[in-house]
Design a protein around this ligand. Structure first.
Ligand code: SAH
Ligand code: SF4
Length: 415
């Protein structure tokens, strides 16, 4: 059921009204997904456990949640059988609802997901020879309206909660069958004595490059990523996580200090005129201030470079002069930088075309000659609209009624 009560979150210039941020469960139970270990302990105490019990149980539950991927209290074999109903009467361990899962011919997988209050969002898994990257959403839609991005045209926007953000990672590991089956202290369940090693993991990297502007949902993204990085839980290194921002300068320093992940910046243009047009946030946070904030980003170094994303739009931002200016700017601010050239992914009604391969090559060569790495990103999952900037496509293409009709038709067909 869609929650239509409004709240405000920042927009391109001023805050804009968006759907409310809270999704209380109708049955009154509390979803533990996305809740920190300390908070789980407090919640257990508030529900009536004494301090010692709350400490022990929260440690066990946290381990089952984030290290083992368990969603059912009955599977928590080191918790007394009599204790488990106490937990399941009061709490749940949630996952985003899966509306549709698609598989591209190139191995990319995309999930159309839904929050409990009926908002659609998406996540994408991109397997490569040496890594597997999960592209995670931070908001339903986006308030920023970059002109080349389909997500920016979504009507409905709401911040995802920490549980809905970390829930994407959990769901991906469920789907990839990646939960360890290691032995826990005091556990004598033979089925549990598996052979998990961290080598050969499928999901190795996370990029906050799905729907939404992560720095306009800073607190939730920070809380979710801190869970992803926690050594007692999912234990993914901050070096394997990249957060992409369109340039929310005031939150960038906090991002470095409080999360400490790699930074990617959607630059896309080198002049005020063009960036104002294609990334309208530039009117609020200008190019030079943005580059200065990048130079000041805590933790950036030659070993941990900042990625500058640059979408290649025909006759808009793709000239040789643009490439030279990009090199000049990155050098002027002495930035430990790499450039990621993204061929524009078209969507119905987009007012742009992708630059020609020759143009992209020439642009890339100039940046390389300037001493800055500038690979061209290969579009992935184009056949299932999973590529950058296409993420609204299925989320809104199918109305709920249409999905209902499809489900009914599928059921009839299978009878
Ligand atoms: N909102 C954040 C992160 C999500 S978008 C940001 O803008 O940085 C991830 C990347 O895809 C961004 O660089 C974005 O500008 C780019 N992108 C958006 N639409 C695109 C499209 N149609 N083709 C190619 N890249 C696109
Ligand atoms: Fe939002 Fe990023 Fe799309 Fe711009 S490119 S509209 S900031 S999701």
């Amino acid at each position: 059921m869609a929650d239509t009560t409004l709240m405000t979150i920042p927009g391109q210039v001023d805050p804009v009204p968006v759907a409310r941020d809270i999704t209380p469960r109708e049955d009154g139970r509390v979803d533990l997904m996305g809740v920190s270990r300390t908070r789980i302990r407090e919640i257990f105490e508030e529900a009536g456990l004494d301090g010692r019990q709350a400490k022990l149980r929260s440690k066990q539950v946290y381990h089952w949640l984030y290290h083992r991927g368990v969603t059912d209290f009955d599977a928590m074999t080191d918790i007394a059988k009599t204790m488990r109903p106490w937990l399941s009467e009061r709490f749940v361990i949630g996952r985003p609802n899966v509306v549709e899962a698609q598989h591209s011919s190139d191995g990319t997988r995309k999930w159309l997901l839904q929050t409990d209050d009926g908002h659609d969002f998406e996540m994408v898994f991109i397997p490569d020879a040496d890594r597997g990257t999960l592209c995670v959403s931070s908001q339903v839609g986006c308030t920023l309206n970059c002109t080349f991005c389909h997500t920016g045209t979504m009507r409905l926007v709401r911040n995802l909660t920490p549980g809905e953000i970390v829930g994407q990672v959990m769901l991906a590991r469920d789907a990839l069958g990646e939960w360890p089956k290691g032995v826990m202290d005091g556990l004598d369940d033979a089925e549990d004595a598996g052979h998990y090693t961290s080598d050969g993991r499928l999901l190795t990297n996370i990029v906050m490059m799905g729907m939404g502007e992560p720095l306009y949902n800073f607190d939730h993204v920070r809380d979710a990523l801190n869970l992803v990085m926690d050594g007692d839980g999912l234990a993914l290194s901050k070096r394997r996580i990249t957060l992409s921002t369109s340039g929310v300068i005031p939150a960038m320093e906090r991002c470095g200090e409080e999360i400490g992940v790699n930074l990617a910046v959607s630059l896309h243009a080198v002049t005020k005129e063009v960036r104002d047009e294609i990334v309208p946030l530039n009117k609020k946070y200008g190019l030079e201030d943005l580059l200065q904030a990048c130079a000041d980003y805590p933790g950036a170094s030659n070993a941990r470079r900042i990625t500058f994303e640059y979408v290649m739009l025909k006759d808009k931002n793709d000239s040789d002069e643009d490439a030279h200016e990009l090199v000049r700017l990155l050098k002027q601010f002495d930035l430990p930088a790499k450039v990621n050239l993204i061929p524009f992914n078209p969507w119905p009604g987009a007012g742009y075309e992708c630059s020609t391969p020759e143009r992209i090559k020439s642009f890339s060569d100039i940046v390389f000659e300037g001493g800055i790495s500038a690979p061209v990103r290969t579009p992935r999952g184009r056949d299932i609209d999973a590529a950058c900037g296409q993420l609204k496509t299925t989320a809104e293409k199918k109305s709920r009624a249409q999905r209902g009709r499809e489900a009914a038709a599928a059921q009839t067909a299978s009878q």
